[in-house]
Structures are given as structure tokens and as C-alpha cells.
Design a protein around this ligand. Structure first.
Ligand SMILES: NC(=O)c1ccc[n+]([C@@H]2O[C@H](COP(=O)([O-])OP(=O)(O)OC[C@H]3O[C@@H](n4cnc5c(N)ncnc54)[C@H](OP(=O)(O)O)[C@@H]3O)[C@@H](O)[C@H]2O)c1
Length: 246
């Protein structure tokens, strides 16, 4: 990844930060986004001065549409983007609110869509776009009706955009992680006991009998962002420990 400039949305914690660290160690120039001032500050400390850390709320249409010009202040072109920022709130179907629907679709789908649209002007020809969806798009996972629907939308976008952007040499691929131990578990709206139970259940349901690590998704993202995947586009790479098969 030497001399490549890579943008990672939601690069301040979890999978995004692990990917930023991996690519930085490989010699890439990293730009990350986030919205929480605390995690933005800790990402600045972790990634150091060589990285650019931008406050940009994926849930704000204005921020999403301005992302290309914001990134353009730091890099005239980018070689790849990992559209990774995302949120999940789990609840029984009957309890989900319109606010949760708007928030999850606003961040996970609308944000991703208009961020990529705004980045078209600075994406190099060729370059690589990687979307972060989830294995839940393929499952009937209780409590995850809205979240899973947002991720199914992301999987679908990955296919259409691969076709539309191919004439420019822009590859578009999707990663669908299984359960990965990251701070997102503590944001799902569950008690700490419920989170522990969720983690144990997911580990038991996976063929590999454990949840995954953020660096395992980072390495999959690196493959899709790098020349190693130069003939791969429109694909969905499941990195889920086999949970979809149980
Ligand atoms: N962990 C899993 O089991 C799993 C499985 C499948 C898919 N995924 C997907 O993987 C992606 C990363 O999740 P993670 O597990 O690494 O969780 P995480 O640690 O909570 O990371 C989420 C990242 O997205 C950012 N983000 C969230 N909302 C944002 C917004 N409105 N604007 C800008 N940035 C925002 C967060 O920044 P702030 O701190 O600023 O909010 C953070 O950097 C998500 O799309 C998630 O759906 C995760």
C-alpha cells in the first residue's frame, strides 16, 4: 500500500481504526473520518501526525455531500476508500421507532451513498471502493430488522455501483463481516450482560467457535483495496467465521 492514499470513514475505532493502522504500517497515507470528539481525538493520538483525521457526520446529508471537498483539501486524489462508518441499534420489531429507522438508514445507507458520490471527483482512475455491510443482510437475525435492512441495501449498492463505476476503472466490492469484537457491541442498546450473552451465542454459532477480531476484517479490506484484488469487482467477501452456515 506504499504511497497509496486511502480514506476510511468511521476510522476512529473498531474495524475502521484497525484498517487504518494496518494500511499505515504498510506505507499508505491515511485519512479517517468520525463524528465523536473524544474518539476523533484518540484516533489523532493513535495514528499520529502522518494521518489526517476529519470530523464528518455520516448521518448529515450536508457533511456527506461535502466529504469530497473536505478530503480534497488534504489530497488531490485518493486511491481507495473504505466506506465503513455504521451504527446499529437492536430492538424487537414492534419496539423500533421512526427515529431509529431514520438514523440507521441515514448513516449506513444515505451517508455512504452521498459520501461516495461526493468522492467521485477525487477518486483516481483506477481506484478501489470497499463497502462495509454485514452477514446479517443474509440472515433472519432477531432484533436486527432495521440494521439488517440497511446492510442489505449496502450489499445491493455494491453490485450496482461496481457496474456504473467500472468504465472509470473503479472497482467496488463489499465486505460482510460476521460478529467482530469492537466497541459497536456496547452501542447496540443492550445491557453488559446481554452483550456478553450475545457474544457467547455468536461464538457458539460460528463454525470457528469464536467471534472475529477487527484486524481480521482489516486484512480483508486491505486485499480489496490493494492490487492483489485487481481483477475483483462487484463481489461480496464474507468474513464471518461461517456463522451464516449454522
Ligand atoms: N462489529 C461487528 O460485529 C460488525 C459486524 C458486521 C458489520 N459491522 C460494520 O462494521 C462497521 C464498523 O463497525 P465497528 O464494529 O468497527 O464499530 P465501532 O467501533 O462502533 O466503529 C464505528 C465507526 O463508525 C463511526 N461512526 C458511526 N456513526 C458515525 C457517523 N454518524 N458519522 C461518522 N462516523 C460515524 C464511529 O465514529 P464515532 O466514534 O465518531 O461515532 C466509528 O469510527 C459498521 O458499518 C458496522 O455496521 C460490524
Amino acid at each position: 500500500m506504499k504511497n497509496k492514499t486511502i480514506l476510511i470513514t468511521g476510522g476512529t475505532t473498531g474495524i475502521g481504526l484497525a484498517t487504518a493502522q494496518l494500511l499505515q504500517a504498510d506505507g499508505a497515507r491515511i485519512i479517517v473520518t468520525g463524528r465523536n470528539p473524544d474518539t476523533l481525538a484518540s484516533a489523532r493520538a493513535t495514528l499520529g501526525k502522518a494521518a489526517v483525521v476529519i470530523a464528518s457526520d455520516s448521518g448529515s446529508l450536508a457533511d456527506a455531500r461535502a466529504l469530497g471537498s473536505e478530503v480534497g483539501k488534504h489530497a488531490s486524489t485518493i486511491d481507495g476508500v473504505f466506506l465503513n462508518a455504521g451504527v446499529g441499534k437492536f430492538a424487537p420489531f414492534q419496539d423500533h421507532t421512526p427515529e431509529e429507522f431514520e438514523s440507521m438508514f441515514g448513516i449506513n445507507v444515505r451517508g455512504l451513498f452521498f459520501q461516495l458520490q461526493s468522492l467521485l471527483a477525487i477518486l483516481a482512475d483506477p481506484s478501489s471502493v470497499v463497502l462495509n455491510a454485514s452477514v446479517v443482510a443474509q440472515l433472519g437475525f432477531p432484533g436486527a430488522s432495521i440494521y439488517s435492512a440497511t446492510k442489505a441495501a449496502v450489499v445491493s449498492l455494491g453490485k450496482t455501483l461496481a457496474v456504473e463505476l467500472a468504465p472509470r476503472g473503479i472497482r467496488v466490492n463489499t465486505i460482510s463481516p460476521g460478529p467482530i469484537a469492537t466497541p459497536i457491541y456496547n452501542k447496540l442498546g443492550m445491557t453488559p450482560e446481554a452483550v456478553k450473552g450475545f457474544e457467547d451465542t455468536m461464538a457458539a454459532q460460528s463454525l470457528l467457535k469464536r467471534v472475529g477480531r477487527a484486524d481480521e476484517i482489516a486484512r480483508a479490506a486491505r486485499f480489496l483495496l490493494s492490487e492483489d484484488s485487481s481483477y475483483v469487482t462487484g463481489s461480496e467477501l464474507l468474513v464471518d467465521g461461517g456463522v451464516r452456515l449454522t
